[in-house]
Design a protein around this ligand. Sequence first.
Ligand code: SAM
Length: 348
Amino acid sequence: MKNYEIIDKLYAYHNADRAEFTALINTVTDEELEYLRKKAQQTAQKYYGNKVYIRGLIEISSICKNDCLYCGIRRSNTNAVRYRLSKEQILQCCDTGYPLGFRTFVLQGGEDGYFTDDVMCDIVQKIKQKYPDCAVTLSLGERSYESYKRLFDSGADRYLLRHETADKEHYEKLHPDNMSHQNRLDCLYNLKKIGYQTGAGFMVGSPFQTAENLADDLIFIKNLNPQMCGIGPFIPHKDTPFAKQPTGSVRLCLMLISIIRLLLPSVLLPSTTALGTADINGREKGILHGANVVMPNLSPLEHRKDYSLYDNKICTGDESAQCISCMKNRMKSIGYEVVTDVGNYIAP
Ligand code: SAM
């Protein structure tokens, strides 16, 4: 099948097979990519118009028990500056974000043992009590079914947990022996079962990744059918074993955003900070390729640079108010509008 036919099939039937995905990834021309981009943008606009949802990202801890080989806050990185926000600081971030128009708060952090279920449930309840018109998204890594359930029962609405790669062997090249690919996948199925709006995702251009791995990621996502999907280029961090590896391709990342939009037409699809770091206009390009969410940083200014997952991360020096006004202008420049909206998933 020719690439144009594969794109038409994706647009009409929201699916393709492994060989077709691999062909697109390996051989798409600029003209074909533009055709794909337009179909993806059209599909996003069918559900979300020219609206872009914002999520206030609160990076609650740079302390992590894991040792993922790609990540700047991995346990073994002795150069990393470690911090943990208090409950009051987290609530303060929400207090800053609400008047700026944020109606979703994303609490993300390393796997920090301090944030037990009791501590997290209390934080989630407090945010939901104070801001009942807001959604709380958690992104705190792998936890037990019971833990996810308690957090959900406390009011958490969504959970982001990238699967990182659908291929077990590839996963094992990116993570130390004590991390289990199966557990990561089980967590995602548990989150869906409990009733979270669930987000999976992966890095584009992570070390050892092949076109077939990416095809498998797309198939995994199609089968899981998550409400959210976060992808961004891998960017090396100087104090990790992957320091010398190249940054993932922005072009490929944009193509995958478009493919994911066609696979899951109404999925909540962020144009990520990593994309904006790899390309100065990456976030605008992401939206034009079918993304519909951006996640400006709401973390306290004094800790921003210490949540350093990769080198040269953008938006570490600006006040939250500056970040949101910059984002509004960026989106306006491409004909999109940042909206004050809880921004829930719309079923297709
Ligand atoms: N601990 C939680 C977890 O495991 O999901 C949330 C925090 S984790 C740092 C968030 C995401 O950052 C990961 O899922 C990974 O895909 C991404 N990430 C980490 N290092 C990265 C790098 N060097 N380049 C791009 N993305 C990276």
